[in-house]
Design a protein around this ligand. Structure first.
Ligand code: AMP
Length: 425
């Protein structure tokens, strides 16, 4: 048996997916809308590598998190260095901010980045092992206006994309000054509730009790229903910060809910934490999440730098939008139906010149009847078809057909490109 017949078709890795033409149009639309908005708001693109040293994520995201405990794609490279496919972008952006000494020129920086992230979670609708995030971060601003700016920008992006069925959930996680008091109160409740908690939460409750509030297991949710609110434990500074965030968002007309259960999965958050939730995605209700991480840059060896950011789940956003309005592939501006090899060669040269002029041209290179080519033009939704026959070409004319009105017009070959550029632009 030959090798090829012996082989099975190779399939995608579980939890990974292809984004095909028909979907990529929407992805590009979302990307363009986000980039244009972020640039207007003064953010600049940063591109960071897909892999980093494992230690970066272990130190920043936290050893007790699901991501670091069980979801990272980590491996030793050929020299034995431990590397990890990035599970999120913030740690790498902090690393870059520190490594390139950006604070020395201007500590205030606004970044965005868009790209794939990798987490070995159990795949289901809206949850993948390679997924994409649209990420924005502000470094060097302690004032609550950075928090408001990010949440307002997120809301504006969703509005521009006509994503309306979403709610912003907001909480404050306090700071190193006030969080210990809350943690102590929580620890008290957790020790009483221990028998009702899942095994993960039982393990975490002493090292990182806040994480228990984030657990989705029904038993844990029930046990946490009577948990104290962190908002009752905030210090005066954190209280004032949170009040400015909520008051200003209200004045700007951004709808939100205060959600005292919201803690976010990563260790590094302080003060404002937020999540955009939607009913459109079943179990995976979070379409974006973010928060302040004032201690992270310093804990990674950089200068003390307050910072805040968000990440949008690109796949989830695209799924919400696609469910409301299925997208179709972009039709060509012009389909050229050429009959015979001489006509085809000429048509091909015209298609090249039209491409340079910014006109999308489609044609078939095989020898097909006019009927077959017109069928193809229809399938591609072409608005106009240029019919190039050998005898007409010899006489110096071609025919331009409008597919909607079915009207046809003879055009001289001389000056054809200029004519088409004017007619189609
Ligand atoms: P996080 O980095 O965990 O705060 O996630 C930010 C956003 O990324 C979430 O709100 C989700 O929309 C999205 N996200 C996180 N994990 C996944 C995943 N495994 N598959 C798809 N989207 C995800």
């Amino acid at each position: 048996m030959s090798q090829t017949t012996n082989q099975k078709n190779i399939q995608l890795i579980r939890g990974f997916k292809d984004i095909l033409p028909g979907e990529t149009e929407l992805w590009q639309h979302i990307e363009r809308t986000a980039i244009s908005l972020f640039e207007d708001f003064g953010f600049r693109e940063i591109r960071i590598p897909i892999m980093e040293k494992t230690e970066l994520f272990a130190r920043s995201i936290g050893e007790d998190t699901d991501i670091v405990e069980k979801e990272m794609y980590t491996f030793a490279d050929r020299r034995g260095d431990m590397l990890t496919l990035r599970p999120e972008a913030t740690a790498s952006i902090c690393r870059a901010y520190i490594q390139h000494k950006m604070a020395a020129q201007d500590p205030v920086r606004k970044f965005y980045t868009i790209g794939p992230m990798f987490r070995r979670e159990r795949p289901q609708k809206g949850r993948y092992r390679q997924f994409y995030q649209i990420d924005a971060e502000i470094f060097g601003v302690a004032a609550p206006y950075a928090d408001i700016k990010l949440i307002f920008m997120l809301r504006t992006l969703f509005d521009r994309l006509d994503v309306t069925d979403t709610t912003a959930h907001i909480n404050s996680l306090g700071c190193p000054a006030c969080r210990p008091r809350f943690k102590a109160a929580l620890a008290q409740l957790l020790s009483e509730a221990a028998p009702k908690l899942c095994s993960d939460c039982n393990r975490r409750k002493d090292r990182n009790p806040l994480r228990v509030m984030d657990c989705k297991v029904p038993g844990c949710r029930e046990a946490m229903a009577g948990a104290p609110s962190i908002l009752d434990y905030l210090c005066a500074d954190c209280r004032a910060h949170f009040a400015t965030v909520t008051d200003t968002l209200s004045r700007l007309g951004v709808p939100f809910e205060i959600d005292k259960q919201l803690v976010r999965g990563l260790d590094y958050y302080t003060r404002t934490a937020f999540e955009i939730q939607t009913g459109a995605l079943g179990a995976q209700s979070a379409v974006a999440g973010g928060g302040r991480y004032d201690g992270l840059v310093e804990s990674l060896g950089g200068p003390a730098t307050p910072a805040i950011g968000f990440a949008i789940g690109f796949d989830r956003l695209a799924e919400i939008i696609a469910a409301g309005a299925p997208v179709t592939t972009r039709p060509p501006d012009l389909f050229i139906a050429a009959l015979g090899e001489t006509a085809r060669r000429q048509a091909f040269e015209w298609s090249a010149a039209l491409g340079v002029a910014g006109i999308g041209v489609s044609m078939v290179y095989a020898d097909k009847s006019l009927k077959a080519q017109m069928k193809q033009a229809n399938r591609q939704n072409a608005g106009r078809v240029l019919i190039v026959g050998e005898s007409e070409l010899a006489a110096g004319t071609v025919v331009l057909r409008d597919m909607a009105s079915k009207s046809q017009q003879e055009i001289p070959v001389k000056g054809l490109i200029d004519h088409l550029v004017k007619a189609l632009c």
